[in-house]
Each structure stands twice: as C-alpha cells, then as structure tokens.
Design a protein around this ligand. Structure first.
Ligand code: FEO
Length: 389
C-alpha cells in the first residue's frame, strides 16, 4: 500500500498483514493486524517512526522510494514487528540516526548489528525540533516491553503511542470508523499486551491527561481521530471495578465436569451473577483473555487426568496467570475417578493472581446431592461477594 496522508507533512506508512492469524504464537488474530510506521516532515528534518515486521520490509522500502533524505528513525519499541526493517532503512539512509531509549538501544543491538554511532538515545521529556514541528519524547515503559516510548507533537496535537491503544485489525480505514469493531479488537489486544502491566498503564493514562490530544497514532490498527472512546475504554479496563461476572474455563472428558459447570451456571444466574463459559477443547484463547479483563471471579473446571488437571485446563490457567486479570475470587470444580491433586496443582499455578480461593467442589464420578449442594453454596458465596465489589 502507498503512503497515506494523515495531514500535511504527516503520513502513514507500514503494512497491512491481512493473513496473520497468531501473535506471539499465542493470541489468535481473526482480523489480521497492521504494522504502522509514520513519516513526519518538518522544514529542517524528516523522521520515520518505526518500521515493519521483517517479511513486510519490501513494502516500507517501496513507500520510502521518493523520500530522499531521512534524518532519524525513531524506534519506539524494539519488538521485531516494528523494528524488523530498521537495518534495511539505515542501509538506505547512511546518515540517518536511530532515536530510542537507552534500553531500546541495548535490545536493538542484541538483535541487529547496528553500530554504536548510529544511535542517539533520548531521555523522557527530550525535545527534537524538526522545524515548525517539535517532538516531545515520552518514556512509556511497559506499553508492552520495558524499553517502550512514545512521542507527542504539540503543534499537531498528535500522540504517537507505540503499542499503547493498538488493535490487531488489518483495515483500510486510515482513521477508526467502526468504533464497536475496534473496541473489540483493542480489548483483545489489551488483554494480552497491556493487562499484565495495568497499574503502570493507569499511571501513563494519568500523565496523558496533561496533554491536549487530537489524534492518537498507535503502532497497530487504525488511527484515532476521536480518541476519547479508546481513552475511556483504557480507563475502565485498567482502573474500573471488576464486573459481576464469573468466567468458567472448562474441559470435560466424559460429561461429569460439564454437569457441574451446567449446574453452577444455572445457580449463578439464579443468584443474579453473569456467566461466560469457555470450552477449552476448542476455545479462542483471545476471547477468554477478553472476558478476563472484566471478570470478578474465575472458576476453573477440570476433570482429573491421572492425578492432575487436564492439560488444556493448565494451558488456560497459565494464560490467566500470565496476563494477571483483576479478578478477586477464584475456585476449582471438577470430577475425578480414583484420586486427585487438582486443587493443589491449580492453586500453585496461579501465583500472580491476588485472589481469594473459594472452597473447591470435586465429585468422584458424577456429581451427586452433596456436590450439587456445595455448588449451590459456591454460587451463593460468589453472589454475596460480588455485591461488595
Ligand atoms: Fe507491536 Fe510489542 O509490538
């Protein structure tokens, strides 16, 4: 795709990756993704924000064909989906320097053989005058990795936000048109990329309240020319209270655990609690991650395989532990044949979650009256706790 004009002197470059179906070999990308780069011209200097993933480098080199002089490549983030083309762009422009954080320089040099003299690191708040346009660099650590930064142009009121506020969508919409669609994609993205650092992200949001932001140009997805909706969404996701929602990731081999899930679902609904269930035998793990953004309670439902949880349940548990949702309560239900260690093993696999573990319910074989009563009690306890969220 050719460069697209955002406004005079500022252009989108990059690549639409329509066919990518997995990010980090983890989160499904039903709508593909984009790798956004931006060309910004001042009267004196021209800069390029980021590049693209390595397989797409030919696209950005073609976009740069008519750009005779480039003074700086601003690398906001060392992850290869943005930095993959940096060596080739530096080769095309032998006088261009890389601007990045000191941590980013080290990471880039861990991956690419870029000579020391090609770097110019910046501190938080440093200003670069392009002539008629000034860039203010903002260190924004953990808007995915520790080295990340963004930049703000006060003359244009544009924030280049790195991975922050991104969405995995390959779309020809230069600016966001379908907010509902972008909200879904941005939430899926937030769940994997940002949620583990939500307290730090919340501090970045506070900082950004001091800036007059007309446009947010993220590193993935369409550009926000009405950015308030994504700012509001991030505020809710990072600092909002958990919802009156129980997420039940479950797997069942012969139906006993499923009977318990069905019974608990009904009891929760009768107690006024919302439920989202995810069959781990064929789950879109991205949808589960999105549900975990909001849930106040997680109930893992797994049969015992030999002595421990089903491996598919362990995968979901590992994901939940990794992305650190703000749930306050958790429990375990499931069936077993002759013996089980699922409770100990599930609890041990969730060290990052600051949750109260509610009494688990395990059934030998199919659930009988005692287990069903215990599930009713679990539902009542959850409902009661959710009233005080
Ligand atoms: Fe889009 Fe963290 O790279």
């Amino acid at each position: 795709m050719k460069p697209r004009k955002i406004q005079e002197g500022i252009y989108w470059m990059g690549s639409l990756d329509w066919d990518r179906r997995l990010f980090d070999a983890l989160i499904p990308l039903p709508d593909g993704t984009t790798y956004n780069a931006y060309l910004v011209r001042g009267t004196d200097k021209t800069v390029l924000f980021d590049t693209v993933d390595l397989p797409k480098v030919h696209e950005i080199l073609a976009q740069l064909q008519d750009v005779e002089k480039l003074d700086y490549v601003i690398v906001q983030h060392a992850e290869p989906d943005h930095s993959g083309g940096v060596p080739m762009v530096l080769e095309k422009y032998p006088n261009a320097k890389v601007i990045c954080t000191p941590k980013c320089q080290a990471m880039l040099q861990d991956r690419f053989e870029i000579p020391e003299e090609r770097f110019q690191t910046v501190n938080d708040g440093d200003i670069l005058d392009l002539g008629g346009r000034t860039l203010e660099f903002m260190h924004l650590p953990w808007v995915h990795w520790p080295e990340t930064m963004g930049a703000y142009i006060k003359e244009d009121k544009i924030l280049f936000s790195c991975d922050l506020f991104g969405s995995h969508i390959a779309s020809t919409d230069l600016f966001v048109k379908d907010k509902a669609r972008v909200f879904e994609a941005a939430k899926r993205y937030y769940a994997e990329i940002m949620m583990p650092f939500r307290k730090i992200i919340a501090k970045h949001l506070e900082r950004l309240k001091n800036y007059d932001i007309r446009i947010i140009a993220p590193s993935h997805g369409s550009i926000y020319d009405e950015p308030q909706f994504i700012l509001d969404a991030y505020q809710e996701w990072t600092t909002g209270k958990p919802h009156n929602l129980v997420v039940i990731p479950y797997v069942s081999m012969h139906g006993s655990t499923l009977m318990m899930v069905d019974f608990l679902t009904e009891e929760l609904v009768q107690n006024g609690v919302d439920v989202m269930r995810f069959d781990l035998s064929e789950v879109d793990i991205g949808k589960l991650a999105m549900a975990l953004v909001d849930a106040a309670t997680i109930v893992i439902a797994t049969p015992t395989v030999l002595t421990g949880p089903h491996p598919k349940a362990l995968y979901a548990i590992a994901l939940a532990n990794l992305i650190r949702p703000k749930a306050k309560y958790a429990s375990i239900i499931g069936s077993y044949g002759w013996g089980t260690k699922v409770v100990e093993q599930v609890a041990a696999a969730l060290p990052n979650l600051k949750v109260e573990i509610l009494p688990p319910v395990l059934a030998k074989g199919i659930p009988k009256k005692a287990e069903l009563n215990a599930l009713s009690e679990m539902a009542a306890q959850i409902a009661q706790r959710h009233q005080n969220l």
